[in-house]
Design a protein around this ligand. Structure first.
Ligand code: ADP
Length: 247
């Protein structure tokens, strides 16, 4: 079932083209990554999909409905966790419910459930400054998940973390998002890390330098959990490097 339709997106600033005719679609139960050189417009594209920015032309549809502004069925995770330091961790997660009319007790209950999922419940009433980078990013992701979104957009969520922490978080997130108890049916991840996208994705959209066009859309046919030393895994990595660099 098709969840998201990106049609002929063009974005120009002062007649300087950044995104040039980007089209793709995403189905239910997919993990889709968008990879491309730094500055090619990946974050801009994700913001357009989220309804945070308007394209010059083209459209984005969620279940056949045009996206013109942010909607609660689509959540966004930022590169840095963007937590508010004056709010406790549970209050930060509850921010994800600020647009909803529900009792504070219910918001607390929902936020606490997510803290449990991430095994951070003992940090509920503490402030973000005592958390490690990986824990902060987990709280940021919990805030994005608390409103039960169907689509989760993630803009380089692992890139500010050291490699060991990033790896642990990738494995956790991947496992969690594939559980049926989580509302998310589609993830779109922005990345510039080739190994990361091969480890996580069902589909990889490879963008060119600016003005950014789609160079290739690649389906990844590998079982989970994926082993970075498998020859098939390495073949995908080589293929993506060669598309990024040569085509
Ligand atoms: P990426 O995420 O691939 O690194 P971005 O989406 O952040 O790339 O940016 C793409 C390009 O668009 C950059 O060259 C940036 O300078 C330009 N850009 C982004 N926002 C604006 C804006 N509001 N005005 C002018 N240029 C912008």
């Amino acid at each position: 079932m098709k969840l998201l339709d990106v049609n002929n997106i063009v974005l120009s600033y002062n007649s300087f083209k950044i995104l040039d005719d980007i089209s793709f679609d995403c189905n239910k139960d997919q993990f889709v990554s968008i990879i491309g050189p730094s500055g090619c417009g990946k974050s801009t594209l994700l913001r357009i999909i989220a309804g945070l920015e308007k394209s010059t032309s083209g459209s984005v549809k969620y279940k056949n409905k045009l996206i013109t502004k942010p909607i609660s069925r689509i959540s966004f995770v930022f590169q840095s966790s963007a937590l508010l330091p004056w709010l406790t961790n549970i209050e930060n997660i509850k921010l994800g419910l600020s647009r909803f009319k529900m009792s504070d007790a219910l918001k607390t209950k929902k936020a606490f459930k997510l803290l449990e999922k991430f095994q951070l419940e003992r940090f509920a009433d503490m402030y973000p400054n005592i958390l490690s980078g990986g824990m902060k990013q987990r709280i940021g992701i919990a805030r994005a998940l608390v409103a039960n979104p169907e689509i989760l957009l993630m803009d380089e969520p692992f890139s500010a973390l050291d490699e060991l922490t990033a790896n642990a978080l990738r494995t956790d997130i991947n496992y969690m998002l594939r559980q049926s108890s989580v509302s998310v049916n589609l993830v779109i991840l922005i990345s510039h890390n080739v190994e990361e996208v091969v480890a996580l994705s069902d589909k990889i959209i490879i963008l060119s330098e600016k003005p950014s066009r789609i160079k290739r859309i690649l389906d990844v046919d590998l079982e989970y959990p994926r082993n970075k030393r498998d020859q098939k895994f390495l073949d995908y990595v080589d293929k993506i490097y060669s598309i990024l660099m040569n085509e």
